[in-house]
Design a protein around this ligand. Structure first.
Ligand code: CAA
Length: 379
């Protein structure tokens, strides 16, 4: 066993950290306040290769491993989780799903542009009445011969109004239940496709979350991903990797809050000394650091499983379950270390606390992760 990161890993980590500190930090509070999508910053992330990190270079990707992706996600998420969710969805749901299961034509047409960030993608599974219970798809895709007729509504879609390409899951044959579900590539301009209301959220407020409506959208047959009836497996298999990305996001939110707490505790004085000299604060920092390190190990282990072609369903779910809990607990404690200053926006930790919550909800709630883990254990 070797815990040493390679020179390449360290270089990716340093580049992501530099980008986050110089490009994402300025303006992050205002973007959160005004729910402003970090459009310019996302464009630069694309140019630097952060939006298609693991894609094969022959489709314009970075050809990197999942460990590099986890390291970069952590650094970006320390500063701006609204930017890192765009990165996570584009990398691990949209690009990975297309590269793994798309046809060569689909890859040439869409993946080559998604990997550079020229366009970004969205993953559309959740519906008003199908969140955790993802097989209960109400969106229908009627087989009309050379096209499918798509009707329905999707909810809480990340990159809802900023994406150009949407991977949409829909029911074609209800009698076959989840085996009658398909996945489709839907383009922004297709007739009958409408972007609905933007959500006013607790956290990751700079990200762009919308409902989407499909009314008699004609999706060409060549836009179906995989064989007829493969859509649910496509969604589950794609989400298994997505969960590593969200686990790394949670890790970054936690370690970002921790770094701020350490810095503040060395500056702020109370009872005549820096608060870092008080054991009450030291114990908090020790707990935070230990939990974060454990979360980091789980994230890297899941990434290692994926890179070495081992099953990563359970390790990814464990990483997400644990890292998201650590994100929540660490950010609450970081606010506590900051005292009154932690409760105001300028000190960043209140935003990180709000951002942390979503990591226990999207790409499978913590309860869903426990289902995934326990089913694997009891197989
Ligand atoms: N890979 C491939 N196939 C898988 C799989 C995986 N990881 N997990 C399950 N499947 C297959 C099963 O083998 C089964 O297929 P067969 O019946 O043909 O053998 C099929 O999928 C159904 O599986 P289950 O019987 O386990 O289905 P279930 O109804 O019990 O549900 C679940 C399982 C784990 C609860 C699943 O519904 C689930 O993950 N729900 C959560 C959905 C979710 O994560 N939503 C997130 C939305 S996306 C998002 O948040 C993105 C964003 O914008 C940030």
């Amino acid at each position: 066993m070797n815990f040493q990161l390679t020179e390449e890993h360290l270089a990716v980590q340093a580049a992501a950290r530099e980008f986050a500190q110089t490009e994402l930090l300025p303006g992050v509070i205002e973007r959160d306040e005004h729910q402003k999508f970090p459009a310019e910053q996302i464009k630069k992330m694309g140019e630097l290769g952060f939006l298609g990190m693991m894609v094969d270079p022959k489709y314009n990707g970075g050809g990197m491993d999942t460990i590099s992706y986890v390291l970069a996600m952590e650094e970006i998420s320390k500063v701006d989780a609204s930017a890192s969710v765009v990165m996570s969805v584009n990398n691990s749901l949209v690009c990975w799903g297309l590269e793994k299961y798309g046809t060569e034509e689909q890859k040439q047409k869409y993946l080559t542009r998604l990997a550079t960030g020229e366009i970004i993608g969205a993953f559309c599974l959740s519906e008003p009445e199908a969140g955790s219970d993802a097989t209960s798809q109400r969106t229908t895709a009627e087989d009309k011969g050379d096209y499918y007729l798509l009707n329905g509504t999707k909810n809480w879609i990340t990159n809802g109004s900023t994406a150009s390409v949407y991977l949409v899951i829909a029911q074609t044959d209800p009698e076959k239940k989840h085996r009658g579900i398909n996945a489709f590539i839907v383009e922004r301009g297709m007739e009958g496709f409408q972007v609905g209301l933007k959500e006013n959220k607790l956290g990751i407020r700079g990200s762009d979350t919308h409902s989407l409506m499909f009314t008699d959208v004609k999706v060409p047959k060549e836009n179906r991903i995989g064989e007829d009836g493969f859509g649910f497996k496509f969604a589950m298999s794609t989400l298994a990797g997505g969960r590593i990305g969200i686990a790394a996001q949670a890790l970054g939110i936690a370690s970002g809050a921790f770094e701020l707490a350490v810095k503040y505790s060395k500056e702020r004085k109370a009872f005549g000394v820096e608060i870092a000299k008080h054991q009450a604060i030291q114990f908090k920092l020790a707990d935070m650091a230990t939990n974060i390190e454990a979360a980091r190990m789980l994230c890297l282990k899941a990434a290692f499983h994926k890179d070495t072609h081992q099953d990563y369903g359970m390790s990814g779910a464990m990483a997400k379950l644990f890292a998201s809990k650590v994100a929540m607990e660490t950010t609450v404690e970081a606010v506590q270390v900051h005292g009154g200053y932690g409760f105001v926006k300028e000190y960043h930790v209140e935003r990180l606390m709000r951002d942390a919550k979503i990591t226990q909800i999207y790409e499978g709630t913590s309860e869903i992760q426990k289902i995934v883990i326990s089913r694997e254990l009891l197989k």
